[in-house]
Design a protein around this ligand. Structure first.
Ligand code: FEO
Ligand code: CA
Ligand code: CA
Length: 688
């Protein structure tokens, strides 16, 4: 593998090191558009135009923290999970014993001494048995629909019962970068074939992988569960949005059958063995001015409504190939994206679901915690500057058992319950000056409330808890409900995960270049830095089923040599620099692992372990870095292996298929290919 210096590494938007091509194709230049949240809800005292006080405080009796067996499965998604409950002193650093990788700009996956790696699967590799061999220069939509998609983000690894050392790998394909996928790509005149290839390169892949004795290596198998879900696969919508006028289109008068899923970012494994995934920056696939004023205002809150027919700022011009992407002609099609989807990977013919009871926003992911009584609590962040944190609490309890019938029943759990949005206050409001100065011996601390906005019953019908909005409106225009509820504007809430060991809940807040700008939300204790370039990690002690929590900042990220960083009080001379936290995972010992997106410290993105409990709380170590121009996503950490998604390798300003920014993973003069990578220790368990 060739290793070259990162000469093309460009600092682009003043907030992170994302290249402009990543900004354009990953999120439709979200950070360059006006902040969609123009609500004034900044102060706790202002609460709640429109929320009943009785509702606000009902049902908030203390709930004992408990890690259900199911939640352990949800977080780890591995064969280690049954042992989770038995771990002594979880999160204290056992399992983080490796030599940290130094920041670097290499065109390689750099791993600690004593570890090995291999690529599990890459863009274009076969998923279905009759998939043709990948041919970069002659790609077709029909081939792509049977091959591993582009820019994989989340991944899950589920053991196959009764089949030793065999797993299902489920991967999201968040977005396409057409200039890297097609030689000679003309952004102002894409072809229909390129449009159809891009549709087929989105979605998810389910692929069986097999381990080998004596190593952590995983190899794809053309197994019975293998499946491609693409931009044209049929989905069923459930919950209060289903069948509403907001979802009806000329192609689908039922308002409940949607073709495809887009921009699936991160996700989570459910305790019943299915996979959740968040439809994130879905707005960028649509263009066209929305005719009516109300629709236009609602669309604007989601970054929709840019001029269409090739005049827009949206990158792909899909509206010129299919009118469903033209919001002037089909204003409701975009209302059918922005949900949490659920896929049963054990049923390759099954119809995946979009759960509208969990709200519609730029979902990063959804991750589940199960309380002692079997109630399911799903946490989800809305990844955009100044957006909100949400949770859904089920009315139903988990049905035990690993049968198809139990899974079918459990796939309706996220259709019945209450959706909440978070409001935070700080304990030291007078000491937050925007510099990141630590306000107390305990660090940055505060309290919070979950404000209920939507209740959905057994019949799928909703009851709005927000004055002036119907249940369908709350389900489809959830950001507006959050505005009315007076929710707290956060610095890009991304992955949101509860520890299956302690029940504490963690949120990655990636960055926010506009925090504290004139006319924007001011700094607060949970978002304590102006023009926040490096992000922070929030820890909640949540009343999972209830409505109150306390919080503290675990990490205020950045260069530990800088005064504006904080590592839970741990000695900053002994930690790795970390910037732009994005995805979270727990290892089998209860430590947190964090992958980064857009490292603003002049290094490639990476994966880090963080100690959560005991004397070393806050100790942060870099386990690996990904190649030049890439983002680290989808981490999975088991005792045997670490998996990461290497997303958009070589995606640098000025790079394209004609001038590749990276030659990873195949070296030489090859095109870069987004891939899943597995890392294992030569002799022994990860970090031990
Ligand atoms: Fe797709 Fe929130 O990153
Ligand atoms: Ca990401
Ligand atoms: Ca995660």
């Amino acid at each position: 593998m060739s290793i070259k210096p990162l000469a093309l590494f460009v600092k682009h938007d003043g907030a992170s090191a994302r290249s402009s091509v990543t900004c354009q194709y990953k999120c439709g230049n979200a950070c360059f558009h006006e902040v969609p949240n123009t609500s004034k809800n900044e102060y706790f005292g202002d609460i709640v135009a429109g929320i009943s006080r009785r509702r606000l405080f009902q049902g908030s009796a203390a709930v004992v923290l408990a890690a259900g067996a199911g939640s352990a499965l949800a977080a780890c998604g591995s064969d280690d999970t049954e042992k989770a409950a038995a771990v002594q002193n979880p999160g204290t650093g056992v399992g983080t014993g490796f030599d940290p990788v130094a920041p670097n700009k290499e065109d390689a996956v750099v791993i600690p001494k004593g570890y090995e790696q291999s690529v599990v699967i890459r863009w274009g590799d076969p998923v279905l048995p009759d998939a043709p061999k990948f041919d970069f220069a002659n790609q077709t939509a029909a081939a792509q629909a049977k091959q591993f998609g582009f820019n994989n983000d989340y991944s899950a690894l589920l053991p196959i019962a009764g089949k030793d050392n065999s797993f299902l790998l489920i991967a999201n394909h968040e977005y396409t970068t057409e200039p890297a996928m097609f030689a000679g790509y003309k952004a102002d005149a894409p072809t229909r074939e390129q449009f159809e290839i891009a549709l087929a390169a989105h979605g998810l892949s389910v692929v069986e992988v097999k381990g080998e004795q004596g190593s952590g290596k995983l190899t794809p198998v053309l197994g019975q569960y293998n499946r491609r879900i693409t931009g044209t696969t049929e989905f069923t919508v459930t919950g209060p949005a289903a069948g509403s006028d907001f979802l009806k289109t000329s192609a689908d008068p039922t308002g409940a059958k949607v073709l495809g899923t887009f921009n699936n970012c991160s996700g989570g494994v459910t305790p019943w063995g299915t996979v959740l995934s968040g439809e994130e920056n879905f707005n960028q696939y649509f263009a066209g001015v929305i005719a009516d004023e109300t629709g236009q205002a609602r669309g604007k809150r989601y970054g929709l409504g840019h001029p269409g027919a090739g005049q827009g700022e949206m990158p792909r011009k899909w509206e010129t190939f299919d009118k469903r992407f033209d919001t002037a002609q089909e204003p409701n099609e975009a209302n059918r994206f922005g949900y949490i989807i659920e896929v049963d990977p054990w049923d390759p013919a099954g119809t995946p679901v979009k759960h509208s009871a969990m709200g519609r926003f730029k979902h990063e992911a959804a991750n589940i915690f199960v309380t002692a009584d079997g109630t399911v609590v799903a946490y989800s962040g809305d990844d955009e500057r100044f957006e909100y944190m949400y949770k859904f609490v089920s009315s139903k309890k988990i049905q035990p058992g690993d049968t198809a019938a139990a899974r079918k029943a459990n796939m309706t759990i996220l259709d019945e319950g209450t959706l909440y949005v978070a409001k935070l206050t700080g304990d030291h409001p007078d000491q937050i000056d925007g510099t990141g100065k630590v306000p107390s011996a305990q660090g940055f601390t505060g309290k919070g409330q979950w404000i209920p906005i939507l209740e959905t019953g057994a019949d799928g019908k909703g009851r709005s808890l927000v004055d002036g909005m119907t249940a369908a409106e709350v389900a489809v225009f959830t950001r507006l409900a959050g505005d009315k509820a007076g929710a707290t504007k956060m610095d890009r809430p991304e992955d949101f995960e509860a520890s299956p060991f302690t029940g504490k809940v963690y949120v990655a807040l990636t960055n926010n270049k506009n925090r504290g700008d004139e006319g924007k939300a001011v700094v607060d204790e949970a978002n304590p830095r102006k023009q926040n370039k490096n992000g922070q990690v929030l820890e909640l002690v949540d009343d999972h089923k209830g409505t109150s929590f306390t919080w503290s900042l675990l990490l205020v990220c950045g260069d530990p040599k800088e005064a504006d960083t904080y590592f839970a009080g741990f000695d900053k001379t002994k930690v790795s620099p970390i910037s732009c936290p994005d995805n979270l995972a727990f290892d089998p010992h209860g430590n947190l692992w964090i992958s980064t997106d857009g490292n603003a410290l002049k290094s490639n993105d990476g994966l880090f372990s963080v100690v959560l409990e005991g004397a070393n709380r806050g100790e942060t170590k870099q386990f690996l870095t990904v190649p030049i121009g890439a983002e680290t996503c989808g981490p999975i950490v088991t005792k045997d292996r670490v998996l990461v998604s290497v997303q958009h390798p070589g995606e640098l300003d000025g790079a394209s298929a004609d001038k590749p920014g990276s030659h990873w993973p195949d070296g030489g003069t090859s095109q870069p290919r987004p891939s899943v990578v597995v890392v294992w220790k030569t002799n022994g368990e990860i970090g031990v």
